[in-house]
Design a protein around this ligand. Structure first.
Ligand code: TMP
Length: 394
């Protein structure tokens, strides 16, 4: 049975920045459910994939030093531990992962045409479509089964997980591995990072729920790495049931999640109360600063901040503009609340008093590079794990 435990109100497509205020915007009710049978946490209303992932998708996986290094290190680890020969990536985005592998033996799947074009131009054969059983069968026919299927921040976008996992199981060689990383549910609960919830994240995964869903599709988890990227993620290593030794990290994660109530509805109801409190505190601090005449901006036009601003009702009356390094977002308006987005070069200057960390998951990288702002008296605010000022002059 499914239980709705959180309602984040009416929300737009998190990455659909507007050219101008009058444009039509698709809106939906962002609710979240807990399935007490599989323990899976999912959105109550899925958005049609074509509305989110299309030829004008703006999110670049290689948008930060943190993520470029992350994918380089990750590729290195896979080569050292598994030496995969035939590689497939599902959701290859701008090629930040595949570029570490050989073009001749690596293929990619990417539904966003702008990115598929990019990786095709890099000579990685890229199927410009959504992952499906039908595609899995065609790939087997045209290229053979895969030793490594990798997917980062993409499996949680897939609404029908049974079909996706069955297709992956089909496409994997007998001792092949399926490695994927997505935001961690247990860390979202712990950090009150409710902004991990937006249209693209159809599910927020626990290891517990994944174990249940993978098992019923012939796969099992044999290793789990806990990562700090994207505000706290898990890297899940799966294989065909019985194909590999199951490592200790699997039981460690399952036990940890159990101890923290991952299977209890009450855990999610408690989380919903903390989310409400976070909203109230963020509004209080921003309204107080504004009433004192402070200029407030947001740092990073993230999907996460779309959830925060629309749920908390924070618009241009509180936040003058958002600074973001992504050229495709600059000169546009943020989804739903219509806050202008500008480049850091033109907007992150001495007139700014306070910056809300929309990209809180890059706090370390941002604080390190914005020491000047802090030294000059600027303040960063985060809402993770509770609303507060962060960063002191080094
Ligand atoms: P993400 O949290 O989904 O990875 O998105 C991060 C966004 O923040 C992306 O649009 C790039 C932007 N960003 C900056 O503008 N400046 C920065 O220093 C960093 C790290 C990210």
């Amino acid at each position: 049975m499914k239980h709705t435990f959180l309602d984040l109100g009416t929300q737009p497509i998190a990455n659909k920045f507007l050219q101008e205020a009058g444009e039509d915007e698709y809106k939906f009710n962002l609710t979240v459910e807990f399935d007490d049978e599989t323990k899976l946490v999912s959105l109550g209303n899925f958005v049609r994939p074509e509305l989110m992932f299309n030829d004008s998708y703006v999110y670049h996986s290689s948008n930060s030093d943190t993520m470029r290094k992350h994918f380089k290190d990750y590729s290195q680890l896979l080569k050292e531990d598994f030496n995969p020969q035939k590689v497939l990536e599902i959701g290859s985005n701008d090629g930040v992962f595949v570029r570490n592998f050989d073009q001749k033996t690596t293929i990619a799947v990417e539904p966003c045409g702008n990115f598929a074009q990019l990786t095709n131009a890099m000579h990685y054969e890229t199927y410009n479509e959504f992952w499906s059983m039908d595609l899995a069968k065609r790939i087997i026919k045209e290229h053979g089964k895969r030793d490594l299927i990798s997917s980062s921040n993409c499996i949680c976008h897939i609404q029908n997980l049974d079909e996706a996992f069955a297709g992956i199981s089909e496409c994997l060689s007998e001792d092949g591995i399926f490695v994927f990383e997505d935001p961690s549910l247990i860390l979202m609960l712990e950090r009150v990072s409710y902004d991990q919830i937006y249209d693209e994240h159809a599910h927020i995964f626990s290891v517990t729920a994944l174990q249940n869903l993978l098992n019923r599709n012939g796969l099992e988890i044999f290793r789990v790495d806990n990562l700090e990227v994207h505000g706290g993620s898990n890297r899940i290593y799966a294989c065909k049931i019985g194909a590999r030794n199951v490592e200790k990290s699997v039981a460690v994660n399952l036990e940890f999640e159990d101890k923290h109530g991952i299977g209890d509805l009450k855990t999610y109801q408690d989380f919903a109360r903390k989310v409400q409190k976070s909203k109230d505190s963020l509004n209080d601090i921003l309204i107080d600063l504004k009433s004192k005449g402070k200029k407030i901006v947001s740092y990073g036009a993230t999907s996460k901040s779309t959830t925060v601003f629309n749920y908390c009702g924070i618009g241009p009356d509180l936040i003058d503009y958002i600074v973001d390094t992504t050229a495709d977002k600059q000169g546009k308006l943020s989804p739903g609340m219509h806050i202008p987005v500008v480049s850091p070069d033109s907007g992150f200057d001495e007139t700014v008093d306070v910056a809300f960390l929309g990209a809180w998951n890059y706090e370390k990288e941002i604080l390190a590079k914005e020491q000047r702002f802090i030294k000059d008296g600027g303040k960063f605010i985060t809402h993770i794990p509770y609303v507060r000022v962060v960063g002191t002059s080094a």
